[in-house]
Design a protein. Sequence first.
Length: 144
Amino acid sequence: MWRNNWLSFYDMDKTLDEVERLFNAVNRPLGLRSVPRGTFPPINVYNQGDKSVLVAEVPGIDPGKLGLTVLDDTVTLTGTRESEEDAKAQVFRRERPVGEFSRTVTLPDAVNPNTVKAEYQDGVLRVTMEKAEAVKARQIPIQS
């Protein structure tokens, strides 16, 4: 019985892999398993015309304790999440991560680091970055 249940999950895992592979083949990631559970901070990255946008949930973190680095097509978000309890407190359960964190994301296109704008509101960090001139589509006039 145990073996049959395990094989059912194995089949489901293979099916999810195949579905994800098919969506990636048409350049539309499904994102069923984008990061391991518990990865902090959770982020979304998307294109918006000539801009790339990164949105990160960083509730309870002082924006002054966040660091943002942009280089070519890579964005790194670092920071520190302070513990809320007294250092001498006996902790019974801890589900909220504390301490330093770092997330590095590769963007689909290079961005111009001089155009990066970061806004923090209600625990959400929104980073807007214009794509580098080299990767922007250009309209070419046709002469006749």
